[in-house]
Ligand binder design. Structure first.
Ligand code: AHM
Ligand code: MG
Length: 333
């Protein structure tokens, strides 16, 4: 079988952007390099002193795990060294990280990143991930500014995620379909394994943390009951699958067909997930694969971004399932 590496694929696809000079390709390459380093650390996490908490609390008020910090450092270092990125917004940093170096002074892009998604699964050998989103800067020169990140999801130039799972995979889109690459550890390269990924229009899996049931909006409670009802023509009851690593849950649903919901709860009235570096990139990928992503009412990609760590509820996955869930939301609003 002829192998196509991520690097080769990116170069081949550069012709999709005739005006581009290869900067975006190099930026994706830099992200791929950091992902391999993080994957190496995840794979031997039990053997080296990288499990557990640092004793600090991050901007989200959550315990910071050592692997979170390590992943954050690796992506920042790779993006700084690559010279194609003029600012980074990370889940782990309260403010943006402007990049002010000789190599980055003409950089066109900014990157929003969740370096290690699924933090609660780090110490227990369950899949975790990285999510990234790339925008063209709107500031004119020098290091990027916070305004560069206040662009709607529709303005993303590229987005992707990496899963550190039973195998490591990198999935990304530049708005011309979705492609997935599996890391071949024997050659240390991500290789094209899932060309032109499409998600089924309908599915039979629903993913939600039902432990929060009592705190869900009425529409979500009713939709869950709908998923559990017996109805042969629509393949109900659906299966419930929830890993607790958003990347892994959404990746599985992308492939088999399903819906992932993280709604508002009475405890988190704006939802838990972050718009900039979780929901927007995931929504871009799922839409490109033929699925849908909303906050229960509005398309995720059209939500105005006004805060770096803005939260939003998320309904994402197979089109007909998201539509159905929204019907229940509308009927109860
Ligand atoms: P994190 O970025 O701090 O790991 O939070 C995001 C994660 C998602 O990956 C996952 O789907 C969700 O939070 C799980 O939250 P909960 O434990 O509340 O179900
Ligand atoms: Mg996250």
């Amino acid at each position: 079988m002829k192998v196509k590496t991520l690097g080769q694929f990116i170069i081949e696809k550069q012709t999709d952007f005739p005006y581009a000079k290869g900067e975006l390709s190099r930026l994706l390459r830099d992200i791929g390099i950091a992902a391999k380093i993080v994957n190496r650390a995840v794979n031997k996490a039990g053997l080296v002193e990288i499990l557990g908490e640092t004793g600090e609390v991050n901007v989200q008020g959550e315990q910071v795990k050592k692997l979170d910090v390590f992943a954050n450092e690796q992506f920042i270092a790779a993006l700084k060294a690559g010279g194609e990125c003029c600012a980074i917004a990370s889940e782990e940093n309260e403010d943006i990280i402007p990049i002010d170096s000789e190599v980055s002074k003409n950089a066109k892009y900014v990157v929003a990143i969740d370096p290690l998604d699924g933090s609660s699964n780090i110490d227990v050998n369950v899949s975790v991930g990285t999510i990234f989103s790339i925008y063209r800067r709107i500031s004119l020169a020098g290091p990027g500014t916070i305004e560069d990140f206040f662009q709607r999801g529709t303005e993303q130039v590229a987005a992707g995620y990496v899963i550190y799972g039973s195998s490591a995979m990198l999935v990304y889109t530049t708005g011309k379909g979705v492609n997935g690459f599996t890391l071949d550890p024997s050659i240390g390269e991500f290789c094209l394994s899932h060309p032109n990924m499409k998600t089924p229009k309908s599915g039979a899996v629903y993913s939600i943390n039902e432990g929060n049931y009592l705190h869900f909006p009425e529409g979500v409670k009713k939709y869950i009951k709908y998923c559990q009802e017996e109805d042969k023509p629509s393949a109900r009851p659906y299966s419930s699958r929830y890993i607790g690593s958003g990347v892994a849950d959404i990746h599985r649903n992308l492939i088999v067909g399903g819906i992932y919901i993280y709604p508002t709860t009475t405890k988190s009235p704006k939802g838990k997930l972050r718009l900039l570096y979780e929901c927007n990139p995931l929504a871009f990928i799922i839409e490109q694969a033929g699925g849908k992503a909303t906050d229960g009412t509005n398309r995720i990609l059209e939500i105005n971004v006004t805060e770096l760590h803005q939260r939003t509820p998320l309904f994402i996955g197979a089109q007909s399932m998201v539509d159905k869930a929204m019907e229940f939301m509308e009927a109860t609003s």
